[in-house]
Design a protein around this ligand. Sequence first.
Ligand code: SF4
Ligand code: FES
Length: 371
Amino acid sequence: MNAHAPPPPAPPIGLLVELTHRCPLGCPHCSNPLALERPAAELDAETWKRVFSEAAALGALHVHLSGGEPTARRDIAELTRHAAQAGLYTNLITSGVGVSEKLWGDLIEAGLDHAQLSFQGADKATNDRLGHYDGAWEKKRAFAAMVTRAGLPLTINAVISRANLHQVGAFIDLSIELGARRLEVAHTQYYGWALVNRAALIPPKAETMAAIALVEAARPKLEGKLVIDMVVPDYYARYPKPCAGGWGRVAINVSPSGKALPCHAAESIPGLEFWNVRDRSLGEIWRDSPAFRAFRGTEWMQEPCRSCERREIDWGGCRCQALALIGDAAATDPACHKSPHHARIAAMAAAEAEADESAIRWRSYKEKVEA
Ligand code: SF4
Ligand code: FES
């Protein structure tokens, strides 16, 4: 197989919009950037609406309304309505702690299609501790009840770390109890704030593999009742994930201030030029933005990816992780066993998994807003 130049891109499938970086929780596994964007820098409603219309015209099918906490925006129902009217399937990604009955009614009336609710733990103590928010447990459960009462599909998102790995089975039970149709068992991806906390969060390999086996055993028994998606931990993988579905292939992220990003951590890669939706249409950005073109296709690849039979399956893994772990964004993701750095990374993960968990650093929106 020869590497080839990227063809004109097919339309993106989805748009993930970080409507705001504001968030009431303080999760140590937060993968948002270290420097969060200020409320004053956020796009206004009219610009977001134009972006949604452009996404639909481009052929995108769904929009993920995310953050931070997207319901921290007062205009969240108005934005949802516009996205739904533009023909996009609308998914609200929320912590659930700030959604009143009134707001939920407005969201339903606006045409919201789906809700994805995060839980930090499968019991009150773990949940409220890891979310760094007293009382979040009750609020999340109340939110889940509002979603199912309205007949909307509910997905529970459980980010897994050493602090809650033992609760994977309990997350399954919780999801069934709450009437969720889907559970995402998402092992922490170490980007942004989560990377700062890696030594405090990364779980030991043996326990991780046992938790993965537990999910695999549960899946057939829950067929027709609960779908379980699983994001496996990179550092213990044999092959990397096709991060963001492949760079510039299927998804566009937009930051609160309008920067169009090929993945949510792309700003960690120095030298990339990000175009802003304030200045250009989404179609122009998708086709021609230097950042989207930088790692699209396979032409940029080095060995071993360049001649690998999986290069159009996982697209070389994650560019941001390659940069963070080995200092070269164009290198094979070291999560891949073919990377010459894989053994060192796996050994580092094993050593960090023995570190003292008390070193956890909680996220604080107020302290981390960029100047
Ligand atoms: Fe994927 Fe590259 Fe590893 Fe091949 S060498 S499996 S393309 S990351
Ligand atoms: Fe950026 Fe994976 S997070 S490519």
